[in-house]
Design a protein around this ligand. Structure first.
Ligand code: KG4
Ligand code: ZN
Length: 356
């Protein structure tokens, strides 16, 4: 691998892997010059993201969104030092829209193109300059907690990831969304469930703690969701009594927090075996949850780890993280060919995350 490559100008990043259309321009040092994000609203009636609706919506709004961030950044396409798009994992239609658009710009203006792995973008966010006193040094332990992913990863360098564990069934955000639905909340259920749980009795309903105390750092959430479904089934059809719904939400959130702290503790122990105590970093939309953050923070401190939770707008899907991951790669001289194929599945430890 080559080191110390100069980046000739600002970098444009594009994110279209799920239901957020986002674009951002960062200067070569990682300072955000402009960012914009549109969350698609057309999926709510379906209770989940509809891939075809998502792809069409990305196509409809992306050109204007890119033009807007370029205008706000005061940068012309020809002045860019690179252009990047999320190329996986995610919904293939959106990935094709975003990466084709980026490739078009790269081809027209003869710019380096970077096909960004969405998980790597989440993983490297903690290194954005200016975010923390010192951007997170390698190696650190990442807990990725989103609607589509739930995994613990030792982040050892750009392209160098060791997956320590992950969910064996539902992703954590998926569990929040499914339980939110059972409680009659809108979609996505996570933020609404957290609001409902505020001030409610988290000890009222006894719920299971899947995999709690078991060796390793895998997660499981489907049994917890099923336990909530069984409790809800005991009530007559129709909305639950408000107080019961709130106590159930709080009990569920407490169970998730305890399981998460336990799994994180095991992950920190595994990480420390190779690297010693370090930094626990959380990312993904679920990292917005204050109860979960607090549980993880105290688990980290109990193990002698530092704890880093990026601001919410950088935890959930965004394009700043895509542009930043591209800057990290461009600094190492890593670019992608314009025939790079986006892929719906692209694990962090895939062999092509680093050149042979
Ligand atoms: O990372 P993200 O924006 O998108 C991807 O899934 O990639 O995460 C969205 C997920 C949804 O499942 C949503 O319900 C959950 O994050 N979420 C939350 C909270 N805010 C968002 N879950 C629990 N508590 C929250 N405050
Ligand atoms: Zn994500």
């Amino acid at each position: 691998m080559q080191l110390g490559h100069a980046i000739t100008g600002p970098v444009l990043g594009i994110e279209t892997s799920c239901d957020d259309t986002a674009a951002a321009v960062l200067d070569a040092g990682g300072v955000v010059l402009a960012e914009a994000l549109l969350s698609q609203s057309g999926h709510a009636p379906y209770g989940g993201v509809v891939p075809e609706i998502a792809a069409r919506a990305h196509l409809a709004v992306l050109p204007d969104l890119v033009a807007e961030v370029m205008r706000r950044a005061g940068v012309g396409f020809a002045e860019l030092g690179g252009v990047a798009a999320t190329a996986g994992p995610g919904l293939i239609g959106g990935l094709i829209v975003g990466s084709s658009f980026a490739k078009g710009i790269a081809l027209t203006h003869r710019l380096p193109f970077v096909a960004v792995n969405h998980l790597e973008a989440h993983a490297l966010t903690a290194r954005l300059p200016g975010l923390f006193p010192d951007s997170a040094p390698f190696p650190y332990l990442l807990l990725l907690l989103s609607g589509g992913h739930c995994q613990c990863v030792a982040v050892e360098g750009v392209g160098r990831y060791r997956r320590l564990g992950g969910t064996i069934d539902d992703a954590i955000g998926e569990a929040f969304d499914k339980v939110g639905k059972l409680l009659g909340l809108g979609w996505p259920g996570g933020p609404a469930l957290e609001r409902l749980a505020a001030g409610a009795d988290a000890t009222r309903f006894a719920l299971p703690r899947p995999l709690f105390g078991r060796p390793g750092c895998d997660f499981s959430f489907s049994g917890l969701k099923t336990a909530v479904a069984h409790l809800v089934d005991r009530y007559p059809a129709g909305p639950l009594p408000a107080g019961d719904a709130a106590d159930l939400a709080a009990s569920f959130q407490r169970a998730v927090a305890e399981v998460l702290a336990d799994r994180a503790d095991h992950a920190m122990a595994a990480f420390a075996e190779s690297h010693g105590a370090g930094l626990l970093v959380v990312a993904g939309g679920v990292a917005a949850n204050a109860t979960l953050r607090a549980a993880l923070q105290s688990a980290a401190h109990a193990r002698g780890f530092g704890f880093v939770a990026p601001p919410l707008r950088l935890c959930s899907d965004n394009a700043v993280m895509v542009a930043w991951a591209a800057i990290e790669r461009l600094r190492l001289g890593l670019t992608d060919a314009l025939d790079h194929a986006p892929r719906p599945r692209w694990p962090l430890d895939a062999p092509d995350m680093l050149p042979a």
